[in-house]
Design a protein around this ligand. Sequence first.
Ligand SMILES: Nc1ncnc2c1ncn2[C@@H]1O[C@H](COP(=O)(O)OP(=O)(O)O)[C@@H](O)[C@H]1O
Ligand SMILES: [Mg+2]
Length: 375
Amino acid sequence: MASVKLTKVKKVYDNNVVAVHDFDLDIKDKEFIVFVGPSGCGKSTTLRMIAGLEDISDGTVEIDGEVVNDLQPKDRNIAMVFQNYALYPHMTVFDNIAFSLRLQKMPEDQIYEKVTAAAEVLGITDYLLRKPRALSGGQRQRVAIGRAMVRNSKVFLMDEPLSNLDAKLRNQMRAEIILLRQKLNTTFIYVTHDQTEAMTLGDRIVIMKDGYIQQVGTPAEVFEMPKNLFVAEFIGAPKMNVMRTELKKDLNGGYTVSPFGVKLAVDGGKSEALAAKHAPTGEVLLGVRPEHITLAKEGQPGAIPCTVEVNEMMGSELHLHVVTEDGTRLIVRVPTIDLEPDQRHGLQRDSRLYITFRGKVMHFFDPESQENLLN
Ligand SMILES: Nc1ncnc2c1ncn2[C@@H]1O[C@H](COP(=O)(O)OP(=O)(O)O)[C@@H](O)[C@H]1O
Ligand SMILES: [Mg+2]
């Protein structure tokens, strides 16, 4: 059992940098929480305050209802895995994993049992007698995880554990962390700057910027209902297209937008949702994800003319970078399976095409506050 609760946690460094402001979060037992955000937003600082590696300037951190602000790291029952594995180079994998158990003076037969069990879970049994330098990056990372595993910690903290790995290995280790999580069945707090890692690993994601929490939610919640423009653009790749346009009301009371002079009905329930929030007409930031824009035919209502600038063939889909007549750049994701062979050729650089999108995929943000109008 391990719940973690942060209440109004604040960090001011000696140089008066406020790295974390009023951080409030309730982490449930066995939950996998991800802190995500750009470099410098305070993720590591928050994690290190939970671990006890950094003083808490204000507020409280509780583990299972006990305030741990003044507890030493070793008394918090927490295991931490860092980006730079920090293995002892002169020790074998076995001895690296056994290190903390030997410090605790655990009997050797129990150490053997624990280390081999962890190695089994992590698939590194064959490497137990090697030194770290004879391992790949992914294998070293597994040793670092093994070292944290054998300590029976209540909470597992990981700070960018995959950042030093190449892209392919990172994908593989991401899947392994999901499996590891199922086997360990403990509370995880995971830090990353990578939105894909956050989306695929987290039960809930905490999106941070400049030391402030922007939004806490499940991957589906933050993707479908981003609280503000920052979250909307941070989550999802390629990132959401944003257009400045005018939100208007039709005679029948429904909302419309006219990006690039093409009138589009805000349908699919979004008009009713805006009306329920009394969204004012006037200038608005309209967000549409690249996968929610479709190709249209000339003359079709709502067809927006544009020109292809770049065509990235990704295999299962094309990423089309297009420019509208007023010079706005948009990205459109087109599943290749939807295209006729001759259409693929028709979408090369400088070719003209039409795109469109429906009301239900539109996101609306206040141009001043950048908050979602449906909050
Ligand atoms: N030891 C330190 N002393 C002073 N400022 C620091 C220290 N560590 C981090 N910071 C500052 O605190 C902010 C948050 O840093 P950090 O928590 O490392 O961000 P992240 O992990 O999200 O990249 C940054 O502005 C960083 O420069
Ligand atoms: Mg960091």
